[in-house]
Design a protein around this ligand. Structure first.
Ligand code: GLC
Ligand code: CA
Length: 573
């Protein structure tokens, strides 16, 4: 790995400069990206076709959501063979062609590594369930029932119990996600070795990194103790940041990661700042960075009865406090990943911005400015660069996501939630909002497929699409392109130190980045009103400051227009 050493401004600390800190990642959800053969399902050849579009955007790395063989209970997050490609997506030859073409264009490929669980159709599990003395039995987590019931009161993230009874051996197996996603037993060294062998196989193929699915859950607490039950009668498993997770990741690092020049990011729901410093320590002993989820939840003000479903957007001061905590907390010690959206979240412009016709574009650009000017590696989720919006499906039949469908059933049948209320939750926060097909142009099905798409296209595709935006210099796409270019050309955006100003301001997000003798002042208006910039902030901006980027054309005054974002650049002593 190419490592540059350099001195940080005024401090003595020496940090590593690394390519993955300077990179911008683009997430592809293959099922919804581009369909090349008219079966309504996105595929690898579709991705290869669109690599030039990504080159034009300027991103460095693609995070590819799972493309492995899978019965698709959870759209590929249930893997039945880690070394084969899902038939619907193509063949290994298609994969190799995509990888080679991406590399030709200077784009790296980060694979999704889903190893907390496999599919129940994986050969290991097929063996494991056969008998208690099968050599694969201990690859999974089997327990006897307790008083004729499940071994403990843990709930699955996809509703109901986290245990499924298997009559074959009269025992239960653990599944923190769907019944078709049995959890692997990471305490078994054979499991770890098989996983590491598989990872090495992909690395030898020439891939460039791993995004590690729910990696914070792999080490289960000793004795699998009951938790405190919630509204649905089930408890959180308490598996997040379990007793041996760092040990296992250090072993993975030693046996796999350290042999290659990779980008690695761990999905770590429930991670604290202190834990993140271990996962993503600057000493390189585990991963490069983690995804933390505090800023996409309801925050400490949240008082949700139904978990994510009745969560709400938090107030701006609380949101700023959370993001700033991560910015300053990891400074010099670990590294942040920056994201507002992914395939599990609602569309960022719909949740954090304003997706009305009037403000969709400007608020999407403002959010992008706010995120991309921070310290960390930014992630763009497919369609976010176009300002794609939530699907707002009116009918339950339009939803496809297992989490949404299971939750509908559980909340309406056992928690007293009405159909109308639940449909409202789904419109705001269902994962399917992020999974509607990529909007390429204004032709039928947004140019995604010539067949019938597996999930409905967002009805706004005639006005929101890539074809229109790639040629429009004022589009959301062009704005993202500029943000990415600026990051590539300015060390201050990558490495500058972050400081939040005006923490209590309820309308503006204002922060600085400082690097050597330079400073950026980032000003973002999160409201649909004109907001006066505080005098103390204006006083900090010298008269000869330049505008690095802005989403607003017109006079630059001490007032920010609705959703205006403005970044000043100037010298400091
Ligand atoms: C992660 C994935 C999500 C998936 C789950 C189970 O949270 O991002 O899509 O359903 O893990 O694999
Ligand atoms: Ca297809």
């Amino acid at each position: 790995m190419q490592v540059f050493k350099y001195e940080r401004g005024k401090e003595d600390t020496v940090l590593n400069k690394a390519w993955w800190k300077e990179a911008v990642v683009y997430q592809i959800y293959p099922r919804s990206f581009m369909d090349s053969n008219g079966d309504g399902i996105g595929d690898l050849n579709g991705i290869t076709e669109k690599l030039e579009y990504l080159k034009e955007l300027g991103i460095d790395v693609i995070w590819l959501s799972p493309v492995y063989q899978s019965p698709n209970d959870d759209n590929g997050y249930d893997i039945s063979d880690y070394q084969a490609i899902m038939e619907e997506f193509g063949t290994m030859e298609d994969y190799d062609r995509m990888l080679a073409r991406a590399h030709e264009l200077g784009i790296k490929i980060m694979m999704d590594l889903v190893v907390n669980h496999t599919s129940d159709e994986h050969a290991w599990f097929v063996e494991s369930r056969k008998s208690v003395d099968n050599p694969y039995r201990d690859f999974y987590i089997w327990r006897k029932g307790k008083d004729g019931k499940e071994p403990n009161n843990w709930g699955s993230c996809f509703s109901g119990s986290a245990w499924k009874y298997d009559p074959q051996t009269d025992m239960y197996f653990l599944h923190l996600f769907s019944k078709k996603q049995p959890d692997l037993n990471w305490d078994n060294p054979k499991v770890r070795d098989r996983v590491f062998d598989m990872m090495n196989w992909w690395c030898e193929k020439g891939i460039d990194g791993f995004r590690m699915d729910v990696i914070s859950l792999i080490s289960k607490p000793e004795g699998l103790p009951d938790g405190v039950p919630g509204e649905n009668g089930y408890a959180d498993s308490g598996c997040a940041n379990g007793p041996h997770v760092h040990e296992y990741l250090k072993e993975m690092n030693k046996k796999v990661l350290s042999h290659y020049n990779l980008i690695t990011v761990g999905e770590a729901s429930g991670v604290t700042l202190e834990e993140a410093k271990k996962y993503a320590s600057a000493d390189g002993s585990e991963l490069n960075m983690v995804f933390q989820f505090e800023h996409v939840g309801s925050g400490p003000e949240g008082n949700n009865r139904f978990g994510k479903w009745d969560s709400h957007k938090m107030s701006l001061p609380v949101w700023k406090k959370i993001l700033s905590k991560w910015q300053t907390g990891l400074e010099g010690k670990a590294w942040n990943s920056l994201f507002l959206a992914n395939h599990d979240q609602p569309r960022s412009v719909s949740w954090f911005g304003n997706d009305s016709a009037e403000y969709r574009e400007i608020s999407a650009k403002m959010l992008a400015t706010c995120l991309h000017m921070m310290q960390g590696t930014p992630y763009v989720y497919q369609g976010e660069e176009l300002g794609m919006c939530n699907a707002y499906f009116d009918k339950l039949e339009d939803y496809r996501d297992i989490e949404s469908l299971n939750a509908y059933k559980e909340l309406t049948e056992t928690c007293g939630v009405s159909h109308e209320e639940m449909m409202g939750y789904l419109k705001r926060i269902s994962r399917d909002n992020a999974r509607t097909p990529m909007q390429w142009d204004d032709s039928a099905n947004a140019g995604f497929t010539t067949g019938t798409p597996w999930i409905k296209v967002n009805s706004n595709y005639k006005t929101v699409n890539a074809k229109q935006q790639t040629t429009d210099p004022d589009s959301v796409f062009s704005y993202y392109k500029e943000l990415i270019r600026l990051r590539h050309e300015n060390d201050i955006i990558v490495y500058g130190e972050y400081e939040l100003l005006e923490p209590q301001n309820e309308e503006l997000f204002i922060y600085t980045r400082t690097w050597n003798n330079e400073q950026l002042m980032v000003l973002c208006n999160f409201t649909d009103k004109d907001v006066v910039i505080p005098a103390a902030v204006m006083a900090q901006i010298p008269a000869d400051a330049q505008i690095l980027i802005s989403n607003h054309v017109g006079n630059l005054e001490a007032v920010l227009r609705p959703y205006e974002a403005r970044v000043y650049r100037y010298n400091v002593k």
